[in-house]
Design a protein around this ligand. Structure first.
Ligand code: ATP
Length: 326
């Protein structure tokens, strides 16, 4: 029995979590789901965005399934990633069948370093001057670069591309680039190259097929993964996993999206595909594939939420997917 800590969180997090739970319950796997609070509402209720009980439960569970946090995201999900040392954030950008998007057929994976960079929270302010400290270490860079190459090997991917800005941030990005080049030498069967982050953004928009696996630092990874989500149909479709040695947190790339929260129109696909990443993590490959195929079939049949042009509600979409799993 795997223990899953479920944190719906804020905004559309709750709505898409209901949808994903409907699918997971339908699969009837040996998972024990325990629900916990975190986010803006927890902050108001308990004075803590990430209550101790939630953090403890996440530490003790086999996996965390997370919806979204609003204004308190830094105190909740960024902290959770650091506390649980989930050092790799895996963000696939894959065009699903039936999606009308900029790049049908695109299938890339972004491997984002998850524990350092500007996300360490070292910000200072004095007398109208503000500073942020960017931390990049050899150890974390080696670990994430190796993870990217191992993922490429495991998934039969041909190429790893490192993104950085080593011409300006000579020390931090310079170290990251050099370490990626060193690790690349250990994997002669996998092609490697690196780009400056700004050029890479242009290439991603104009010719994304030149990428396969992207490895990059925390902040750049956050930005390019939203960009990549836009290439394949938007944030409503983009799943992600945070993986460490012992713990794993599964969360969609999108946030609380308060502009559409409470209306029942959020696309639950990102959250459902996130649950599929959790299934794969535990070795339920067939179940994950079945759910993914069901999602694709529903989308192909033209039944979608408003972000993809139709008018299904979040739960109607989830019910359509669930009905294909009988
Ligand atoms: P964060 O900074 O945590 O990523 P954010 O509030 O800046 O969060 P998101 O919540 O990720 O941004 O979403 C940006 C916009 O994308 C939303 O305002 C919404 O319009 C759209 N969006 C995001 N997720 C979904 C979804 N699941 N379904 C439909 N639209 C979505």
């Amino acid at each position: 029995m795997k223990k899953i800590a479920v944190i719906p969180g804020d905004g559309i997090g709750k709505e898409v979590m209901d949808a994903a739970m409907l699918i997971l319950e339908k699969l009837n796997l040996p998972f024990e789901y325990n629900f916990y609070e975190a986010g803006d509402e927890a902050q108001q209720k308990y004075g803590k965005a990430l209550p101790d009980e939630t953090l403890e439960a996440c530490r003790e569970s086999d996996a965390v399934l997370f919806g979204a946090a609003g204004e308190t995201a830094a105190d909740v999900i960024v902290r959770l990633r650091q506390e649980l040392n989930t050092f790799a954030n895996i963000r696939p950008a894959k065009a699903l069948k039936g999606i009308k998007c900029l790049y049908p057929g695109l299938d890339i994976v972004i491997v984002r370093e998850n524990t350092e960079c500007l996300y360490r929270g070292f910000e200072f302010e004095f007398d109208g001057v503000t500073e942020a400290v960017r931390v990049i270490t050899r150890q974390a860079s080696e670990r994430i670069a190796r993870y990217a190459f191992e993922l490429a090997k495991r998934e039969g991917r041909r190429k790893v591309t490192a993104l950085h800005k080593a011409n300006v941030m000579k020390k931090t990005c310079g170290l990251f680039r050099d370490v990626c080049r060193e690790i690349a030498a250990e994997y002669p069967d996998i092609e490697f190259n690196d780009y400056y982050i700004d050029a890479a953004c242009m290439y991603l928009v104009m010719d994304p097929f030149r990428f396969d696996v992207i490895v990059t630092t925390n902040m750049f990874g956050d930005i390019v993964s939203d960009l990549a989500a836009g290439l394949v149909g938007g944030l409503g479709l983009a799943p992600s996993a945070n993986v460490g040695e012992r713990n794993a947190i599964f969360e969609p790339v999108h946030g609380a999206a308060f502009d559409i929260a409470g209306k029942g129109i959020a696309n639950p696909t990102a959250m459902i595909l996130t649950a599929c990443m959790m299934l794969r993590h535990f070795g339920y490959l067939d179940e994950a594939r079945r759910v993914e195929e069901a999602v694709e079939r529903v989308i192909e049949s033209g039944k979608t939420t408003p972000d993809l042009g139709r008018n299904l509600t979040t739960m109607k979409f989830a019910n359509e997917v669930a009905s294909l799993l009988d």
